[in-house]
Design a protein around this ligand. Sequence first.
Ligand SMILES: NC(=O)c1ccc[n+]([C@@H]2O[C@H](COP(=O)([O-])OP(=O)(O)OC[C@H]3O[C@@H](n4cnc5c(N)ncnc54)[C@H](OP(=O)(O)O)[C@@H]3O)[C@@H](O)[C@H]2O)c1
Length: 335
Amino acid sequence: MSLLSAARAALRVYAAGAAVILAQLLRRCLGGFAEPAFPPQPERVALVTGGTDGIGYATAKRLARLGMTVIIAGNNKPRAHEAVKKIKQETLNNKVEFLYCDLASLRSIRQCVQTFKKKEMPLHVLVNNAGVMMVPQRNTVDGFEEHFGLNYLGHFLLTNLLLDTLKESGRPGRTARVVTVSSATHYVGKLDLDNLHGSRGYSPHAAYAQSKLALVLFSYHLQALLAAQGCPVTANVADPGVVDTDLYKHVFWGTRLVKKLFSWWLFKTPEEGSWTSVYAAVTPELEGVGGRYLYNEKETRSLEVTYNLKLQRQLWATSCQMTGVPDVTRDVFSR
Ligand SMILES: NC(=O)c1ccc[n+]([C@@H]2O[C@H](COP(=O)([O-])OP(=O)(O)OC[C@H]3O[C@@H](n4cnc5c(N)ncnc54)[C@H](OP(=O)(O)O)[C@@H]3O)[C@@H](O)[C@H]2O)c1
């Protein structure tokens, strides 16, 4: 990628962020964000990736408050134990635990799923939340560009390995749910299937946006697969808005300064940022409904190309090759 293309990608990402910030500001001026109410969820089990911090922590806490058994899947043991302790104390729900899962390692994801399955627990909600943003060019353990490998492929594998448990746990009228956290940056993302490793030039902005676009395509194709198989599982995408979290630690210092000074005004709090994920995970309004892009707890349209079935299939097939997951969609959709 040339310097000019990298600069264009950065401008596009900043423009997408600025548009969301303006909308959030307008909403604050018009009365702010109202915390939605959700019904209690006893007997339900949720697994939240990246539940140690930011939006994931707020999501895990809210689900625990609703009475769910919550498993935080993360790669930082001390922070995870601290998060579990705090959530237990604050929600008085003792059914919160930690499962080690480094999403930057396919082996670790497989081990995590194995450990989870040994517990013989159901799984009603999977929240694919963890992520990194605009990190310098580096690779995951398996040699994938980090945004694509961790944000997207890690969740692709995790979801596929947990699908049988989700299918067994859902039932008609009370489906299991896969919630995948994307971002407004997907609107400016481009999927470059020939340069997924970033080897033909790297832009951290383009790489982040691409990973978030891939998650939307994946989620829609997953929903199509589940519907075609008649499974009691749905898949939706949650867009949290622009939220005051540590995700911004790798962005340009000027942006970090603006965030430090004005985030209280311009950004959502992590709790506000978690509402759409929690909405997707539990609201009765979405019972049996999948394949939606949700923003501010409402359905909205994602980038036009995300509805392109051919691209969804290509990405799914490539992801299967990269992660070693058998591609069942070929049989299902060729029937
Ligand atoms: N903040 C925003 O404005 C915004 C906007 C749109 C979308 N999002 C999306 O929201 C999601 C959550 O982001 P956030 O804002 O809450 O950021 P955050 O506070 O930085 O949280 C990211 C989480 O991901 C975890 N994580 C990072 N690397 C991991 C790995 N290798 N394995 C397992 N977990 C890992 C982190 O755990 P450790 O730190 O313990 O490693 C942390 O819990 C991301 O998918 C992000 O793209 C955020």
